[in-house]
Design a protein around this ligand. Structure first.
Ligand SMILES: N[C@@H](CCC(=O)N[C@@H](CS)C(=O)NCC(=O)O)C(=O)O
Length: 188
């Protein structure tokens, strides 16, 4: 728990250094070229996986519809021969876009940003872009984990609490929540 608190304090310090509130960037984003997938995207995901959640948030923010392919980590489905063909490391998330298969959440976010430029996740300015690489899509699932899994007292972290409240109001974040996934009912 102490390690988690240290980590959160470091996150607060980093968030404070952002040149502008990260949520403003989300609200300001939009417009530009819209690229639609040729065939429906597929996301292999587990509802409780924070790595999967950050990709779900990004897909929602970009307005990209996708087929949810549930992989039950507790049942070991990530080690099935079929899944290991997609990701030999046996981890979710995996994104399938036609013949492209990506199996790391950061790589997936960068891919989505370039392939589907609508509703940019990152600002154009390179300095701001660098600082914002680890922003909303990553922060939201980590805060949620701290609250739900570790029952952390968030009153110590007013900035993260404000961000968390703001995330919770956005449909892209709500729709990506663990409890709103098709596989959540199995063991929620
Ligand atoms: N670097 C990877 C890490 C993915 C990862 O750790 N996935 C976890 C769930 S959050 C997983 O699939 N674990 C499977 C297991 O522990 O067997 C990413 O960010 O996508």
């Amino acid at each position: 728990m102490q390690r988690l608190e240290e980590l959160l304090s470091r996150v607060v310090a980093e968030v404070k250094q952002l040149p502008f509130p990260i949520l403003l960037r989300l609200e300001a984003s939009g417009g530009g070229v819209v690229v639609e997938p040729k065939t429906k995207l597929q996301l292999y995901s587990y509802f409780r996986s924070s790595c999967s959640q950050r990709v779900r948030i990004a897909l929602n923010l970009k307005g990209l519809d996708y087929e949810y392919k549930a992989v039950n980590l507790l049942k070991g489905e990530q080690l099935s021969p079929e899944f290991l063909k997609l990701n030999p490391v046996g981890y979710v998330p995996v994104l399938v876009d036609e013949d492209i298969v990506l199996s790391d959440s950061f790589a997936i976010l960068m891919y989505l940003e370039e392939k589907y430029p609508q509703h940019p996740l990152l600002p154009h300015d390179l300095q701001r872009r660098g600082i914002n690489y680890q922003a909303d899509c990553f922060l939201a699932p980590q805060i949620l984990g701290a609250i739900k899994l570790f029952s952390l007292d968030m009153t110590q972290y007013p900035l993260l609490s404000r961000l968390n409240n703001a995330y919770n109001e956005l449909p892209a974040f709500q729709d990506a929540m663990p409890e709103n996934q098709p596989d959540a009912s199995v063991e929620a």
